[in-house]
Write a protein that binds this ligand. Structure first.
Ligand code: MLT
Length: 252
């Protein structure tokens, strides 16, 4: 496994899949709580956190990387928590490696693929990032990633994380997200315990869409976090971690 990753804790394996254009570092605010009773595995997805990527980093390739990492760690099955792009990868895990998935946490994400317009927008942004660097992603995305009420510390944490990524990795993930499959038909096949979490002020993957996704997964639990934006685990680390821990403990 080429990608760097961080692991901590003992207990049931929980794989944390990060958002775009961040890295596994985004789970730092949740690590202490989530490691209670869980063995955490937080990989840097392909192209992020110093890892390499080609011109496209597909969600399927990212999922296969994660399966490879689990092989290396001798982990047969795990719960997967993915936020936004991490949720796309979690759904790709379900599509490609479902025997390894014991539970799903889908946070601030969507099942649908991109529209032609969204896909074209991603290609434009990929070119801009390749020209102007990761700072372009900060400038364009930061106002959408966090709500207006987010702290200066949260903004600084997210900006720094984005700036630490290579433009090539950011561009490759943009192309990969644009090419991703529509996972909506998969939702009816999900038969493991599933939790959906969404910031009520999420403007990237809005609550209405998350609610619709929840309605298509048998027995799924849906939790909305008032006053919180897209990166809900960073804006509301305590309530996010409690919600995920509570769900995992109930399931056990
Ligand atoms: C993310 O937060 O991972 C991305 O904003 C998702 C996306 O652009 O579709």
């Amino acid at each position: 496994m080429k990608n760097l990753f961080r692991a901590a804790g003992e207990g049931s394996p929980l794989v944390l899949l990060h958002a775009f254009p961040l890295s596994a570092t985004m789970w730092d605010p949740n690590f202490t709580r989530l490691r209670e009773g869980n063995m955490l595995v937080a990989p840097h997805l392909r192209g992020f956190g110093g890892s390499a990527a080609g011109t496209t980093a597909s969600m399927d390739e990212m999922a296969d990387d994660v399966a490879e990492l689990l092989d290396a760690l001798h982990i047969e099955r795990a719960a997967f928590a993915g936020l936004s792009m991490g949720g796309y990868v979690a759904l790709a895990m379900w599509r490609r490696h479902r025997a390894r998935v014991s539970a799903l946490v889908l946070a601030d994400t969507r099942a649908a693929g991109d529209t032609a317009e969204q896909k074209a927008g991603r290609a434009v942004m990929a070119a801009e990032v390749m020209k102007g660097g990761a700072a372009v992603a900060v400038e364009k995305l930061l106002p959408k990633l966090l709500s207006a009420g987010a702290s200066a510390a949260a903004k600084g944490f997210v900006s720094e994380m984005i700036l630490a990524n290579r433009p090539e990795g950011i561009a490759a993930a943009l192309m990969g997200m644009g090419a991703r499959a529509d996972s909506t038909p998969l939702l009816a096949t999900i038969d493991v315990p599933t939790l959906l979490v969404c910031g009520a002020n999420d403007v990237i993957t809005p609550p209405a869409e998350m609610r619709e996704v929840a309605g298509k997964i048998r027995g799924a639990k849906y939790v909305e976090l008032a006053g919180i934006g897209h990166l809900s685990n960073i804006e509301a680390p305590q309530v996010f971690s409690e919600t995920v821990s509570g769900f995992l403990a109930e399931r056990a």
